[in-house]
Each structure stands twice: as C-alpha cells, then as structure tokens.
Write a protein that binds this ligand. Structure first.
Ligand code: ATP
Ligand code: ZN
Length: 800
C-alpha cells in the first residue's frame, strides 16, 4: 500500500492522500500518527486508510512515523467519522477536539550557519551571520528580528551559507522521577561497617522499600536526609538509583478504599429494574428525584462492570462537578478510577489516554463531555448523570456535539449500555421513552424517606409596593433565613445573574454603556470595579468611566446580580459568613472546590450562586433554599425557557433537606400564578412534559421536530447579510416553509463579527441525514459564490 489517507487537525479540507515511502511500508498502520508536509507547514496526522490506488493529482510523501503503535483505534476513527457527519463539520475539527493537545506535533525550523568564511554582502547579511555565530536560531525568531526581510535569508540559503533544519517535537513530556532501591542481599556485616548516618539512611530505605517504591526527592524531604550519605551509598553500591517515567495525577486518591454502601430496599428494587430494562433497551432513563440515591445505584452498576473486567465511562455536565463526584467514588474504587477533562494538563490527559490503551485493568473514567473521545475498548456501561443539563452540548467551536447523544452512539459502537440519570429529565430523553426507544425506571422516594422539600411561592409584588423589600429580600425570606440560621442550618440563595448589576445607566442622559466589540451592554463588577462584557474579554475601569454621550460621571445600576446579593446578605446577616459561587469566583484552578468544601464543612453559612449551584451537589445541612427572582428564568427568550426554569428550580430546590429532615424552598416571584411555578411547587413532571410537548408540536420545535441552525459570521455586516439572504433563499427552495430566516440573532455582533442565522425544522419522519446533506450542498454553493468565500458558515445540529 504505497498511499495513505490521512486526517489533519485543520478545519477546511481535512483528509489528504500521501505517498508512503518504501522504508515505511512495513511499519505503517491505521491509527498511527505520522508527520506530513502541507503547504509550508508540517502536521501530525492520523492514518485513516491505506490504499494501492494512485490519485490523479501529485502527492507528497510522509516524512516520519511518529508513534510506533497506533494512538487511535479503528473504532475511534468510526466514531470520529460519525460525529463529523452527524454534526456537519470537518473530520479535522473532530480530531482537534478528540486528541489531547499533548499528542500534537509541532515543528521547529532552525537556521544553522554552514560556511564560516563567507564575507557578507550587506549590512543585513552581516547582522544575520553575526547572530548565527553563537549557534543556530529559530526561524521565527530570526524572521521577527529581521522585520520581515526574509529575502536576505533566502539569498544566503541559495549561496549555501546557511541551512534550515526542521525538527518535530511532541508537546507531551513524560514525567521522570528518580527512585532509590536498596541492593539485594545486604548483610548485617556490611551495614556494620558503615558510618552511623549511612547505616541509618540505608536501614530506613530498606524498611520503606518493603511497602512502596521510594522516590529520591520524597525520601530526602520526608526523612530530613541530605544528598551526601545517599551519594556515598550509591557509590558503594548499597543503593541503586534509577530514573523512571511515571504517571502524573493531580487527583488525590484516598489511602484506602471502602466497600460500597448497601442499597436500601427500594434502591435495590430499582437496580433490578434497570438490569431488566437493559435486556431489551440499550439506553435506560433513570428518573429519580433529587437525593433519591441515584449515585449510589450507579456505583453498584459500575462495580458489577469492573468485576466483569469491562470499562465504565461516567459523564458529568461540568468539569467543576467531576471533582466532587470523583472524591465520592474514589472511596469505593481507589486507583481504578480515572478523571479526565479539559482543565487537566495536556500531559495528564495523554497519560490517562495511554493508561486506557495499556488494557492492563478495567477503569471507571469520570469526565466531562470530552471523555467520550478516550480510547475505550470493551466499554460495559456509560452513565450520563444530570442528562438534562444544557452544558452537555458544546457550543463553539465545532464539533457542536451533545455529550449525551454522542455517548449513545459510542455505546452502539462499543456494544455497551447507557444509563441516563436525572431528577428532571430532558424532554428529548422522555420523548424517546414514549417512543419506546429508551427504557424507563422511576424512583420517587428520597433516601431514608425524607420528604422532598416544601416549596413555597412568595409574591414579591406586595412587599415591593409597600416598599418593604430590602434589596431583593422579601420580609418572608428574611424571617425564614433567620429561623434556619438560628437553627444551626445553612442557606442557599440562587440568582441567575452574575456581576453586580445587569447593566448601568447614565444618570444624566440614560445612555447605557455598550461593548465596542459586541452588541451587548456592559455589566458592572463592583469587586473588581470594572464594566465587563460577558461575551468577549472587554473590560474597562468603572471608577474612571465617563458617559460616551454626555461625559457624565454618575451612573445608576439596573438589575441585581450575585455580587450585589452578597453585599445585601452581608448587610442583613452580619453574624453569618457568606460566600459566592459563580463564574467570577471560580476561575482559579481549585477555587470551586474551596468554596464548596468551606460550605460542606459548615464554615460558610450562606452560599449565594448562579446555576452552578443546581447540579447534583450533595450537602448535609441545608435547611433553606431561596430563589430570589424566578421571573428572570421564565422570561428568557428561548423555546426551552419553561422546561429549563422547571429543571433549574427543582434542581436548586433539591439541595435542601437531603440528610436529616425535610427542607424548605422559597421562590420569590412577581407572578405567583405562573403555570410553570405551579408545576414546580407540585414537582409535577408529567404535566409539564405533556404541556410542553403539545407546544413544541404546534410550533415545530424539538424533540417533536429536528432542528438545526446555520450560523454565518463576518466582519463586514453587509456581506454577511447578503450571504445569509442568498443561503436562506436557496434553502427555502429546498425545504420550503421548514426554513426560518435568514435573520439577525438577538445578540447581533460578537467580538466584532456580525452574525446571521437560519433555522431549519425538519419532521421526524423524514431523513435527517438527507436534510443535512442538502444543507451542506447549499452552504458550499454560497461559499463558492464570488466574494463569499471568507464568510464563516457553521451548522449547529440539534440546537440546544
Ligand atoms: N444506600 C445508601 N446508603 C448510604 N447513603 C446513601 C444511600 N443512598 C443514598 N445515600 C446518601 O444520600 C445522599 C443523596 O444521594 P445521592 O447523592 O446519590 O442522590 P441523587 O439521586 O444522586 O441526587 P441528585 O439528583 O440531587 O444528584 C448522598 O449523601 C448519599 O450518599
Ligand atoms: Zn464584548
């Protein structure tokens, strides 16, 4: 097979054919990473296919085979291909998302001086040669210091005064540790001849080595030993020192493991039902109310698979959640548990990847959505916890995949089962249950029969009219908080807006400061004293800000965000420590964990936060949960707003009263008669489902219809509007009234790109694949139209 089809990590055309030189023909395999030239660059690509057929166009050769063993299996390649086709993106984009960056190969071009007796022709030549006298230089650095005068370098290359050597490096760097081993068969006589210090050190090492591998640095530190006795002992051949490659793990494993909790009777029964459902369905939905013990049921299913020698993948919607769960599960599974997500260093991610490839023992991997790309083989079970969470869907860049849905396809390829779990299932999953595609198991009882929290709706209208509100707090809420806190219990306050206010307004002329790059107003962050854009990184000082229209310096704040709630809380409850968890307080690597553990151990009494609070967090002592303004959720302009509000409100409520006794939930609203709030109060999932499905059916929305969005963006407003119009008309010719738009989205400009979108709603009975293919062809036609090739056009399949 003298030709190889190779995928490269680039977004445009991503598959290319290369010639395989004779010297590589025996070695080359599908799934290997190889280095190939493209244009003036080099890339690490993955071999997809080997072939005898000579292409009709001239081909270049593979430069080297980077990894002796394939790094990607043929099953993974099949999965990548499915993803590219289902989510309408390039295979190269899937490759970029799938492979940890540590595998990436980067090339470095070094300029060497080869002729030392050359007399420079010009000042620039002299400068270059002088610089190279001290050793080779990176081409990029040289280029920059020359200020783009590369033609001089070219001339030197032609005169063979200099040469360029290209070197390829992989980002992954193995971690190496020096271990100390005592030589075997050391006699007492020998030890007696050593100095006191030496014999002490040696005996200590012999002792420690009985139970563990002893790393030199740890030994020095923990035993308070200096280098010198060790050096001598090595020289005298009592100690062998050896450098070894080790795995890094920043996750702290517990010292010992414990047996699983025994399931309660009802949990045991549901466990049995899940197994039974798996006999006839590959995907089962566990609809279990908050704190019913879903996690404990998962652990039993996981343990069973590991016993059988099969792997398990446990997916969570958010990176922040993985640590809490990993700590919980590591108690049972110890080092059989691995954690994988994009906040891990690229080195660590490569190591998890390699551990799975080693196939030495089965693992359970806990991860955020990108964990579906790991090299699994013999996967027995995938658990998708909090399956309703929108953050399972990747928004940007492509592939815009849904972690849950992709996991279901992965399970199909791996012949494994999928368990979806939620207290508030997505309409999508419940719809699939109704269609008979998924099995269903219901668990409507909290562990230890603790009653689900009592939900009380508080009408803020009255208090507001009578001016009895303190900030966002009604008198009822203040009273309930005092009672709870005096009782020694904790409080959670939920407000789905971060920052201090939604925006600020000039007192003088009512002008609202906007982001210069995006079509949104700036939010005030009082702690940092800045006005920030939540769409790009734009941030300006608030103290110095003057109104762009009238130069006024006084601003009033509109709307209340979590920062301001924190300020109000401290003023109202000065004796109780409060903390805040939102996007702004959790940017540091471990800040999320710190805030949570301070709340878990009772140091903090009041926790204020955004929807970050809503996800599967398990606290023991929360007596009260309050939603400060439910209307904010209900009025969100999205067809899923009611479904999302219902889910979010019940999930946040679910943090109350998990362990000791029934908890309490107060929902503040100006519309206490809102039908969704009534359903939340009764935890009435099925009526919500039925009502929503009727609406989705009437207005052709998912899950009753398929829906995708075509997004266009360009720096030139007129150009993107013209292209969107053209594409919209083309799609209308194909899909008729199923096409909506082109139109300008609510936020019409982000990071200086003007946006346009077109929506397609397709009946379930027609072929989604065919619709996508026709759409792709229409997109290509627009891209090929004169002047439109630079417009970014991307598809968002199954908009979420
Ligand atoms: N069989 C059991 N033995 C001991 N503890 C249990 C058992 N079942 C549940 N628990 C405990 O009860 C609490 C709630 O259970 P868990 O977190 O599994 O609920 P959940 O259904 O996953 O809730 P959520 O949907 O809110 O995430 C946890 O602290 C859990 O350890
Ligand atoms: Zn911006």
């Amino acid at each position: 097979m003298p030709y190889a089809i190779i995928v490269l990590p680039i977004a445009q055309q991503s598959c290319y054919t290369y010639e395989v030189p004779v010297s590589f023909q025996k070695e080359i395999q599908i799934g290997q990473q190889v280095v190939v030239p493209l244009g003036r660059k080099f890339y690490g690509g993955i071999v997809l296919k080997l072939s005898e057929d000579k292409p009709s166009y001239p081909t270049k050769s593979i430069i080297s085979i980077w990894d002796k063993k394939p790094i990607v299996s043929s099953e993974q390649i099949a999965f990548w291909k499915w993803m590219a086709s289902y989510y309408m993106c390039a295979l190269g984009e899937v490759m970029t998302a799938a492979l940890p960056a540590g595998f990436r190969i980067e090339s470095e071009h070094k300029v060497h001086l080869t002729k030392t007796d050359y007399i420079p022709d010009s000042e620039t030549e002299r400068l270059i040669i002088d610089a190279l006298q001290h050793g080779a230089l990176d081409l990029k650095t040289l280029d920059e210091s020359l200020g783009g005068k590369l033609e001089v370098l070219k001339a030197l290359l032609e005169k063979e005064v200099v040469q360029i050597h290209t070197q390829h490096n992989q980002r992954f760097k193995p971690k190496e540790v020096v271990f100390l081993y005592p030589r075997e068969n050391i006699t007492t006589e020998e030890i007696n001849k050593l100095s006191e210090l030496q014999s002490h050190v040696l005996l200590r090492l012999i002792d420690l080595s009985k139970t563990e591998k002893v790393s030199k640095s740890k030994f020095l530190e923990e035993e308070g030993v200096t280098e010198s006795p060790i050096k001598t002992l090595i020289k005298k051949e009592f100690i062998i020192s050896q450098k070894e490659k080790v795995y890094r793990h920043s996750f702290k494993y517990p010292k010992e493991t414990k047996p699983l909790y025994e399931l309660s009777e009802i949990q045991q029964q549901k466990y049995g039902e899940i197994k039974k459902q798996f006999e006839t369905h590959s995907t089962v939905l566990l609809h279990g109310i908050t704190s019913s013990g879903k996690t404990e049921i998962y652990t039993h299913l996981i343990a069973k698979e590991l016993e059988k020698g099969r792997f398990v993948l446990f997916l969570l919607p958010e990176i922040a959640l993985t640590t809490q769960l990993a700590e919980r599960l590591a108690i049972f599974f110890g080092k059989q548990l691995l954690v994988y997500h994009s906040k891990y260093s690229t080195n660590e991610r490569v190591e998890v990847w390699r551990k799975l490839q080693a196939k030495d023992k089965p693992y359970v991997v806990i991860g955020a959505r990108s964990a579906i790309f790991l090299p699994f083989h013999d996967l027995g079970l995938i658990v998708v916890d909090e399956e309703h969470e929108p953050s399972f869907k990747q928004q940007d860049p492509a592939p815009r995949y849904h972690g849950r849905d992709a996991a279901i396809y992965l399970a199909y390829l791996q012949n494994s089962k999928v368990l979806l779990g939620s207290a508030t299932p997505s309409l999508e999953s419940y719809f699939n249950v109704q269609l008979g595609k998924y099995g269903l198991v219901e668990l409507f009882q909290r562990y230890q029969d603790i009653l689900p929290p009592e939900i009380i709706l508080i009408d803020s209208t009255e208090a507001s009219r009578k001016k009895r509100m303190k900030g966002l707090f009604t008198p009822e809420l203040i009273k309930a908080m005092n009672e709870t806190l005096e009782n020694g219990e904790q409080v959670i306050l939920f407000q789905n807006r971060r920052g201090y206010s939604y925006f600020v307004k000039c007192e003088n002329c009512d002008t609202i400061p906007h982001c210069p790059n995006c079509d949104v107003s700036l939010s005030l962050h009082k702690y940092a004293n800045t006005l920030d854009c939540h769409y790009c990184n734009y941030s300006i000082s608030y103290a110095k800000h003057k109104c762009g229209e009238c130069q006024g310096e006084d601003f009033s704040t509109i709307g209340i965000g979590t920062e301001q709630i924190e300020e109000q809380t401290t003023a109202l409850f000065p004796n109780y420590l409060s903390d805040r968890i939102d996007w702004d307080t959790t940017t540091g690597k471990h800040s999320y964990e710190k805030i949570l553990s301070k709340f878990k151990n009772g140091e903090t009494k009041i926790l204020i936060g955004t929807q970050m609070l809503a996800k599967g967090l398990d606290f023991d002592n929360v007596g009260l949960v309050a939603i400060l303004n439910a209307d904010l959720l209900l009025h969100y302009p999205d067809f899923r707003a009611y479904e999302r509000s219902f889910q979010l409100l019940l999930q946040v409520s679910g943090r109350a009263g998990r362990k000791k006794k029934q908890g309490k939930v107060l929902i503040q609203t100006y519309k206490p008669k809102h039908p969704v709030l009534k359903l939340v109060k009764e935890s009435a999932y099925t009526p919500l489902y039925n009502q929503q499905i009727r609406e989705r059916n009437a207005f052709h929305y998912p899950p009753v219809y398929y829906m995708m969005k075509i997004k266009l963006k360009h720096k030139n407003k007129q150009k993107v509007e013209e292209a969107a119009y053209l594409l919209g008309e083309d799609l209308k010719n194909i899909f008729g009234a199923r096409t909506y738009g082109a139109h300008t989205p609510l936020v019409s400009r982000v990071k200086n790109f003007y946006l346009q979108e077109i929506i397609l709603k397709i009946e379930r009975k027609s072929s989604y694949a065919k619709a996508k293919q026709l759409t792709s062809e229409a997109i290509s036609r627009v891209k090929q139209t004169k002047g439109f090739s630079s417009i970014h056009i991307g598809a968002d399949v199954d908009v979420f």
